[in-house]
Every structure is written in structure tokens, then in C-alpha cells.
Design a protein around this ligand. Structure first.
Ligand code: FAD
Length: 400
């Protein structure tokens, strides 16, 4: 009898953790598992603000897939998913196709542009290793160009970050570390450089603890970050942004962190979605297909206590992967499926070297303690993914 085929699309937090759990929990020859990913590496999306600013080498965020996947149990296919055909149980790839009995979609997020004119064309986004390499190189090039211009071009050394959610705040925190180094390297007066964060809501980190937000804002302002809250970006142009009633801020670098949505491949493949995210059942299956699971940022999960969606996070993607792997096996074994409820342990946002804020098990954390906690969370993930060897190789071992 042929073995049931499981296909996992995407090797982000959700996809790779599903694969790792399956390779541990599956019996010999119980199923044929294929993992498809664009690259031959998994990357730590939650660290990408660091290589984007140039405070960490991008290789540190990458883990080769064959380091954590057992090739005897999982077939890895490096390819790009183009379309899913759920009626035909088929996935179209750039260089071929595959068929499945059970599918796990873990294709992650893409920037949500909210229809802002010029944003897609003119703003960078923190999305993948390749996208952040481009941001770092672009910023360095602007700094290198500054003293070669016949006229003073302060727009070259103005960096605008759209959005003051976690990604935006973590990124300006890293920029505040990196800018003094760039100024020294390229002989630029630090006072001429502007890092401007623009946020439509009245505060940074909307919905987060007020005291922690105030701590973050004070610290980042002391490091030279300017905040413009209650300010909408109306348009992103080749020269900068148009805000509010038409004011222009000239900037050679605009990075958009103002929102994400599920990978558009999912909606384009005909799945029911809301901002690109599939409103999954309690067991993480799509509403329409009993054999299709969604894990990570492509899934829309409702927090029943407040009747609002959970924000998409790596924390939830990793937890959901544990349940999805069990549920796929339960289907194969004819057993009952489990429900998934996220167990939110807390959130920590870094604010640059050795600084962070967070709430963990409802306890507020600041400064070096919060920063150490963030590194512990990161190391714990590596431990789950690849054991102590991976923590040693890729972990953040210097806690303080
Ligand atoms: P992703 O991690 O986005 O992975 C998707 C994978 O699919 C990637 O490997 C990609 O290459 C692959 N892929 C995409 N398209 C295709 C295709 N067409 N074909 C083949 N492969 C494809 N969350 C937290 O919990 N804590 C944090 O501190 C935190 N900090 C963050 C900081 C930053 C800077 C950012 C950007 C996000 C942060 N998040 C954080 C959110 C978190 O990173 C996401 O929720 C998480 O990455 C979602 O995981 P995922 O598995 O759904 O997808």
C-alpha cells in the first residue's frame, strides 16, 4: 500500500517546526513527507531588524534546512510555490508540481500596504534575508554618497520608518545603534542624520503597556529617534513621504513596517481569507478542506476571550506547529483531532544593544533584564529546533 503524502509549504517557524515534529513523532514508513521552501535555509524572521540595520550579519539568522531535517524522513524540495489547487490536491511550483493527501500551508506573511500610494514601489520592507540585505546595503550607499554630493543632501541620511508596531520599534532601536558607526565610517556629523518613525495611532506600540511604551519612547528619543504619532503616511514617492495634509519629508530611505497580511498565494489559490489569512477551524484546518491545515501568519486565529484576532507571531506559529503535526498524524491514524489555543507567555521587544521592554507571565521587564529574556526566548527556539548544538552555533550566548 502506498504511504499517505504530506506536503508542507514554507520552512518558516510554522513549516519547519511542523516538519521537525513530524520527523520525531512519525513511525517508520508511516507517511511520505515533502517540505518545500524557496531557499535551502530557514531564517529567523524575528531577528531580521538587526541585519536590516547592519548590527548583525544576516548569516547569523540563517539555518541550513539539512541541518535540522533528517533526509531519510523528509524530502526537502527547494522551489517556489506558485499556486495551490486544493480540489485536485496539487501544488504548482516554479519548477514542477507535487500532489498530496494532506497539506500544511506555512507560507508566512507579506507587507500590507493599505492602498498607500507608491508604498509598494518606493518603500523597503523587512521580510526575508534578501530584503534586509538590500536595506543595509542601500543605507550604507546613501551614507557613502553624502560627502560626494556637490550640495548638502540631508535626504540621503534621513531614514523614515513607517509604523511603530514591534517591528518598527525594534528596527529604529537597531538604527540608533548603527547610525553613530556609519557617521564615524563616512565622516558625517551625527546631528545631521534623522531617523524618523511615523505612526498613525496616537502612541507607539498600540495596545501595549503604557509604562513600557513610555520607557521605550524616552530611551529611543535620547538616542536620537524622532517620533511622529497620529500621523498618516499618505504617499511614498521616489523622494520621501507625504504625510498629514500634504507635508513632504525628503528621505532616500523609507522602510515600511506598518502591517502584514498572509501570503497572497493563499487567497489567489481560492481559499477563504481575511487580509490574506485563512480563518482556520480550532484544529487549524481550513473551513473548506478537511485535508488542508494552515500554520503561522497565513492562519487567522480568534482570541475567543476578546473576540478579536490574535496578532500573528512566531510564538503562535511554533505552538500551532506542534498541534498541526499531531493532527496530521491523527488523521492518518483515524484518531480525534486536537484543538489549538495559543498560550501567550509574553512579548519582548528589543530597543537596541542590551535594551528591551516586555511583559512575560504578566511581569513587566525593562532594560538589560528584558534584553536577556529576549535572548533566552530566542535560544529556547533554537533548542527546540535543533538541540544544544544549534544553540551553540546560532544562539545569542552573551546574555548581558
Ligand atoms: P515566515 O517566518 O514568514 O516563513 C515563511 C517561509 O515561507 C519562509 O521560509 C519563506 O521563504 C517561505 N516562502 C514564502 N513564500 C514562498 C513560496 N512562494 N514558495 C516557497 N516558500 C515560500 N514574532 C514573535 O513571536 N516575537 C517577536 O519578537 C517577533 N519579532 C519580529 C520582528 C520582526 C523584524 C518581524 C518582521 C517579525 C517579528 N515577529 C515576531 C513576527 C514573526 O516573525 C512572524 O509571525 C513569523 O515569522 C511567522 O512565521 P511563519 O512560519 O508563518 O512564516
Amino acid at each position: 500500500m502506498s504511504r499517505p503524502k504530506i506536503a508542507i509549504l514554507g520552512a518558516g517557524y510554522g513549516g519547519i517546526m511542523t516538519a521537525v515534529r513530524l520527523q520525531k513523532e512519525m513511525g517508520a514508513n508511516e507517511a511520505e513527507v515533502t517540505l518545500v521552501n524557496k531557499h535551502n535555509y530557514h531564517y529567523q524572521t524575528t531577528w531580521l531588524h538587526e541585519p536590516a540595520a547592519g548590527t548583525m550579519h544576516h548569516d547569523k539568522t540563517r539555518i541550513m534546512i539539512d541541518e535540522v531535517i533528517d533526509n531519510n524522513k523528509i524530502n526537502f524540495v527547494q522551489d517556489t510555490v506558485v499556486e495551490i489547487k486544493p480540489e485536485e490536491k496539487r501544488v504548482i511550483l516554479e519548477n514542477g508540481e507535487l500532489t498530496y493527501d494532506y497539506l500544511v500551508i506555512g507560507l508566512g506573511f507579506e507587507p500590507a500596504t493599505f492602498g498607500i500610494k507608491g508604498l509598494k514601489e518606493n518603500a523597503f520592507s523587512i521580510r526575508s534575508v534578501n530584503s534586509v540585505r538590500k536595506i543595509k546595503e542601500h543605507i550604507e550607499y546613501q551614507f557613502a554618497s553624502y560627502n560626494n554630493e556637490p550640495e548638502e543632501r540631508n535626504d540621503l541620511i534621513t531614514i523614515i520608518v513607517g509604523g511603530a508596531g514591534f517591528t518598527g520599534i525594534e528596527f529604529v532601536g537597531e538604527l540608533a545603534e548603527r547610525v553613530p558607526e556609519l557617521c564615524e565610517e563616512f565622516d558625517i556629523d551625527r546631528s545631521k542624520v534623522r531617523i524618523i518613525n511615523i505612526e498613525a495611532s496616537p502612541t507607539l506600540l498600540p495596545g501595549f503597556d503604557e509604562e513600557l511604551v513610555e520607557y521605550a519612547q524616552n530611551l529611543l528619543e535620547r538616542k536620537g529617534v524622532e517620533f511622529k504619532t497620529s500621523t498618516m503616511i499618505k504617499e511614498v514617492t521616489e523622494d520621501g513621504v507625504i504625510i498629514g495634509e500634504g507635508e513632504e519629508i525628503k528621505a532616500a530611505t523609507v522602510v515600511w513596517t506598518g502591517g502584514v497580511q498572509g501570503n497572497s498565494i493563499v487567497a489567489n489559490s481560492g481559499f477563504e481569507t481575511n487580509r490574506g489569512r485563512v480563518p482556520v477551524r480550532d484544529d487549524q484546518r481550513t473551513p473548506d478542506y478537511d485535508n488542508v491545515f494552515v500554520v503561522g501568519d497565513c492562519a487567522l486565529l480568534i482570541n475567543k476571550e476578546i473576540d478579536r484576532p490574535y496578532p500573528p507571531t512566531a510564538q503562535i506559529a511554533i505552538q500551532a506547529a506542534h498541534v498541526v503535526s499531531k493532527n496530521v498524524l491523527a488523521m492518518i491514524r483515524g484518531k480525534e483531532l486536537e484543538s489549538f489555543t495559543p498560550d501567550i507567555k509574553g512579548t519582548v521587544a528589543s530597543l537596541g544593544r542590551g535594551e528591551a521592554i516586555g511583559k512575560v507571565y504578566n511581569k513587566k521587564l525593562y532594560g538589560a533584564t528584558a534584553s536577556a529574556m529576549k535572548k533566552i526566548i530566542d535560544n529556547r527556539y533554537l533548542l527546540m529546533l535543533g538541540g544544544p548544538g544549534l544553540v551553540w552555533k546560532k544562539g545569542k550566548l552573551k546574555l548581558f
